[in-house]
Design a protein around this ligand. Structure first.
Ligand code: DAT
Ligand code: MG
Length: 137
């Protein structure tokens, strides 16, 4: 069965949207098979966001991701990688489709990094890599 890494970012936790995000995942029929609340450290985030190193939003992104607790989970289901990206909506929450987490619950706040509530792996390779970073056991 396919698995993906989902993160509820610090803005989602701050706004008490943990239940809302999990409910949307479960209503779509996907299963949460591992879950923890944590403070992500620089080393973890450096690995997780390695593809964005050098981009103008890289440092703000890491700083934002360390600004409060996050929830990390492994979600399982047939085609869940694609399916969760659909539930999350596109990167810019201002223009993300209504009906998605980002579109319904987020909006660009004018910060240097877009705060968009959730992360979801974008391919099987990313999912395997990211799950190993957040759930090494
Ligand atoms: P996604 O989270 O939709 O996979 P991504 O992997 O391209 O998007 O970028 C990681 C995060 O970085 C994203 O969720 C929000 C932020 N971000 C991406 N592009 C940005 C940009 N052009 N300006 C500001 N923040 C950005
Ligand atoms: Mg991404």
């Amino acid at each position: 069965m396919e698995q993906t890494l989902v993160l509820i970012k610090p803005d989602g936790v701050r706004r008490n949207l943990v239940g809302e995000v999990i409910a949307r995942i479960e209503r779509k029929s996907y299963r949460v098979v591992a879950l923890k609340m944590m403070h992500a450290d620089l080393e973890t985030l450096g690995k997780h966001y390695a593809e964005h190193l050098g981009k103008p939003f890289y440092e703000p992104l890491l700083e934002f991701m360390m600004s409060g607790p996050i929830v990390a989970m492994v979600v399982e289901g047939h085609r869940v990688i694609e399916g969760f990206r659909k539930i999350a909506g596109t990167t810019d929450p201002t223009t993300a489709e209504l009906g998605t987490i980002r579109g319904d619950l987020g909006a660009d706040q004018g910060t240097r990094v877009v705060q968009n509530l959730v992360h979801g792996s974008d391919s099987p390779e990313s999912a395997a890599r990211e799950i190993a970073i957040f759930f090494p056991n």
